[in-house]
Design a protein around this ligand. Structure first.
Ligand SMILES: *[C@@H]1O[C@H](CO)[C@@H](O)[C@H](O)[C@H]1NC(C)=O
Ligand SMILES: *[C@@H]1O[C@H](CO)[C@@H](O)[C@H](O)[C@H]1NC(C)=O
Ligand SMILES: *[C@@H]1O[C@H](CO)[C@@H](O)[C@H](O)[C@H]1NC(C)=O
Length: 216
């Protein structure tokens, strides 16, 4: 009886979760990262909206080209100060040191917990980055190119004092669409779960996943 009740209760919880309109997949991804780190006895990281916005800008620099993630191409480091920070309203003089990035891209939208375990964490290198003691803060970005596939996921880790780095002009991050980033109270389901993905993705069942883990 107790078991049956528990199963019913869990099912209700799950269905409630699935219809929660306040979801922001980037915030969920940060929660998964921190839960996994603390379970591994690494400290929890500060959720920085400035860094989250930069993670989304980082994704946008790929212009939807999934294969470039697999090729290990990445935006030039100068882009952080010249493009990403101004687009986010982050004061460029307060950019902290980037201590790690996890980046993945695939043609199918999956929930954040699956994106974490199946897309972003692929090998011992990505685990080393996840559990690194060098990070003090984290931000995540999620984007489907114009609301459709491919779906990019980026977790950006940084060092420095969270209250002195990635400072926002006027204290608020510039919300940019399409895509979602963590650390704001932004209600965002723009990254693709809303069913506006192109039909061919489902019809053909195309599935590619590419991933890249960078220590710096
Ligand atoms: C943390 O994530 C890794 C990679 O997905 C997984 O193997 C591990 O079981 C996770 N740990 C916990 C406590 O969830
Ligand atoms: C942490 O920082 C040190 C010093 O910069 C570096 O040697 C090390 O590789 C970093 N650790 C990780 C996991 O990136
Ligand atoms: C920033 O945080 C540190 C450590 O938590 C604290 O000592 C310091 O006073 C804070 N600085 C500001 C400007 O809030």
């Amino acid at each position: 009886m107790a078991v049956a009740f528990w199963l019913l209760f869990s099912a209700l919880l799950l269905s409630a979760d699935a219809t929660d309109s306040k979801d922001n997949p980037a915030d969920e991804l940060v929660a998964v990262v921190n839960a996994n780190r603390t379970a591994h006895k690494s400290h929890s990281l500060v959720d920085s909206p400035g860094l989250g916005c930069i993670a989304l800008q980082y994704i946008k620099a790929y212009q939807g080209k999934c294969d470039e993630v697999g090729n290990g191409k990445k935006p030039a480091d100068t882009e952080f100060a010249e493009t990403f920070a101004p687009n986010c309203g982050v004061q460029a003089s307060t950019l902290g040191p980037i201590t790690g990035r996890l980046l993945g891209c695939q043609s199918k939208y999956v929930p954040p917990s699956e994106a974490f375990s199946d897309v972003l964490i692929q090998n011992s290198r990505s685990l080393e980055i996840l559990y690194s003691k060098n990070h003090t803060q984290v931000g995540a970005g999620v984007s489907g190119s114009d609301g459709g596939a491919p779906y990019f996921w980026c977790v950006m880790f940084a060092g420095g004092a969270p209250n002195k780095t990635f400072a926002l002009e006027g204290g608020v991050a510039k919300i940019t669409r399409p895509g979602c980033f963590s650390g704001t109270d932004d209600d965002c389901s723009d990254a693709g779960r809303s069913g506006n993905r192109p039909r061919w993705v489902e019809a053909v069942g195309v599935f590619v996943a590419v991933v890249c883990a960078l220590g710096l």
